[in-house]
Design a protein. Structure first.
Length: 335
């Protein structure tokens, strides 16, 4: 139970205690006032009875025996009428007291009922919040988590005839993504002449404008699966070939092209099985890309008649490093 709830419970208890005490005091004072009124009426009637005989005696002296007899009869019957009136007054006051008590009880029952309704309402809200949080946690644990895991640069020949950047898209989630799309942008970056590192302030990928770039979309990506896709656009191929053009004689270490690194950045957008559209940003780079290199991977039979074999060679891709950048991952967005 939180501190706010404890404070609320204590304040509510104080309000109920003070209100109950005040109601009881008011009811007791009302009953006491009625008792005082009955005592006062009784005293007035007694005083009247004591003076009744003297008044009848005066009437006998003035008007005669017959008038005295009438007066005496009235005096005899008067105490019973007064007593009946006192009983009636007491009954009326008792009824008024009980009516007031029932009114106070009704007010308190209404207050307690409202408190019960409020408690049930808050319990319902807390239950809904718990169910919603449980669902959200379940989705967080099972949804697709897709991001750009790595990138490799290739020349496509010893003269950089077909350069390219391959980006591996990885889904680390427990469920597949319905589809994913890639938007990327290529930039050349100058090198620090002393440190031989990319001269690049920490990039904020979300602040870069990608509106003019059309995304390339692929179909479903399974859970715990990856797919390598091309990351360059047509104009990027041309830019790389022009910037890193390699002659048939190779390049020397003082080649100006070597004093330039390149970086590729963008985002991967995908849809989860829950219908959520998410985005993961990325930024990869390489400094002083090395020349085209190949490696021997095996042999295959070239001529079945002569039995000669042909060597199979494959280009060694250039690993691109993750560049320090403020890149958001797995961020939900509106459809």
């Amino acid at each position: 139970m939180s501190k706010i709830n404890w404070v609320g419970a204590v304040l509510l208890g104080l309000i109920v205690w003070v209100g109950g005490d005040a109601s009881w005091r008011y009811f007791s004072a009302y009953q006491q006032n009625q008792a005082d009124e009955r005592i006062s009426v009784s005293s007035d009637n007694s005083s009247t009875g004591q003076h009744g005989g003297n008044s009848c005696g005066t009437i006998m002296d003035d008007s005669g025996f017959f008038d005295w007899l009438v007066c005496f009869g009235e005096e005899v019957t008067a105490p019973s009428e007064v007593k009946q009136g006192q009983y009636d007054l007491k009954a009326q006051q008792d009824m008024a007291s009980w009516a007031l008590g029932m009114l106070i009880t009704t007010v308190w029952l209404t207050f307690i009922t409202l408190l019960g309704v409020l408690f049930v309402w808050r319990t319902l809200i807390a239950t809904r919040q718990t169910v919603s949080a449980t669902k959200e946690v379940g989705r967080d644990q099972s949804r697709a988590y897709v991001h750009a895991d790595s990138a490799e640069l290739t020349w496509g020949g010893h003269m950089a005839q077909h350069p390219g950047v391959e980006i591996t898209i990885l889904n680390t989630g427990q469920t597949p993504a319905k589809w994913f799309s890639l938007v990327s942008k290529l930039e050349f970056v100058e090198l620090d002449p002393l440190k031989h590192t990319l001269i690049n302030k920490q990039m904020i990928v979300s602040e870069i404008n990608f509106e003019k770039l059309d995304p390339t979309t692929w179909s479903a990506l399974g859970a715990q699966k990856s797919l390598t896709v091309p990351g360059l656009r047509d104009d990027d191929y041309v830019a790389i070939k022009e910037r890193y053009a390699i002659s048939s004689k190779g390049r020397s270490l003082d080649d100006p092209a070597l004093e330039c690194g390149l970086q590729i950045f963008g985002y991967v957008e995908y849809e989860t099985i829950f219908g959520e559209i998410c985005r993961s940003e990325f930024c990869f780079g390489v400094r002083r890309p090395p020349n085209y290199e190949i490696r021997f991977v095996g042999q295959e039979q070239d001529d079945p008649i002569s039995g000669l074999n042909r060597d199979i060679k494959q280009e060694i891709p250039i690993k691109m490093q993750r560049i320090p950048a403020k890149a958001k991952t797995y961020q939900k967005r509106e459809k």
